[in-house]
Structure formats: C-alpha cells, structure tokens
Design a protein around this ligand. Structure first.
Ligand code: NAG
Length: 130
C-alpha cells in the first residue's frame, strides 16, 4: 500500500502520539507539528535556487524530546518516489526556518515539503520549475 503524505502524517502522528503516550508521563507529552508557512500554494521555485522553508513555532510546547528537524520533498503526495531527500536535516525545529536548495527534479506543480520534528507536517502543493 502506498500512503499519501497526508495519510502518512496522520499515521506517523498517531504512532508518535501512541509512542509518547506510552513512554512518558502526561505532563511531558510534547508532540509538535508546526504548520509550514513557506512554500505555500502559488509558490514557484526554480531548480538550483536557495530558499528558506519557514514554519510557525508559536505553538511550540515547553519540552520537545526531539528538536532535530528534517525536511523532505514529496511529489503527488508521495514521499518515497525517488525524490532526493532529505533537503535539510539536523536543524533546530524551534528556529522556524531553514535554507534548502531546490533539487534538480522533474518540473511539476504537485510538490510538497514535509517537515518532520516529532511528527510530520506537509506544506500546500507548490510548483518547481526550470
Ligand atoms: C534565510 O533567512 C535568513 C534570515 O532571515 C537570511 O539571512 C537568509 O539570507 C535567507 N536565505 C535565503 C536563501 O533567502
């Protein structure tokens, strides 16, 4: 079965909630799913450009078990279809932005960025062009 990123996010979100719920006492639950604010619907990126992916950290919990973020590119809602990834890794999820280079991929208007901290969160679809 192939999962879309939405399904994958929900699935991994549920898994991490279950994992956190079973591993930690109530007050330490810290699932953090910051909404991606850039790229957004209507964004066009060109291969080779550098961009800041940005996300909203205003709802960050006080304690976050894993602050190491990871950004991957998905196409057509699919994470695992030969995309070069991750685009960025090992950055602090609380920074709210990290720079990525647009990889040399087939142009398309069904790309999404998926931001992983404790859980996955994907951007709206945007375009990559040459
Ligand atoms: C990303 O944001 C930082 C901080 O605002 C800025 O200094 C940097 O130039 C930006 N990078 C790009 C590629 O726009």
């Amino acid at each position: 079965m192939i999962l879309t990123t939405k399904q994958f996010s929900v699935f991994s979100g549920l898994l991490s909630i279950l994992a956190v719920a079973s591993a930690l006492p109530l007050e330490q639950r810290d699932d953090f799913v910051p909404p991606v604010t850039f790229p957004h619907a209507g964004t066009v990126w060109f291969v080779g450009q550098r961009h800041n992916v940005t996300w909203d950290t205003s709802n960050a919990p006080k304690q976050i078990t894993n602050r190491q973020g990871k950004i991957v590119l998905a196409k057509g809602g699919l994470l695992d279809n030969g995309m070069p990834h991750p685009l960025a890794t090992g950055f602090d999820i609380l920074l709210g932005r990290t720079e990525v280079t647009v990889p040399n991929v087939t142009p398309g208007s069904d790309y999404t960025i998926v931001l992983f901290g404790n859980s996955g969160n994907d951007s709206p679809e945007f375009t990559i062009s040459k």
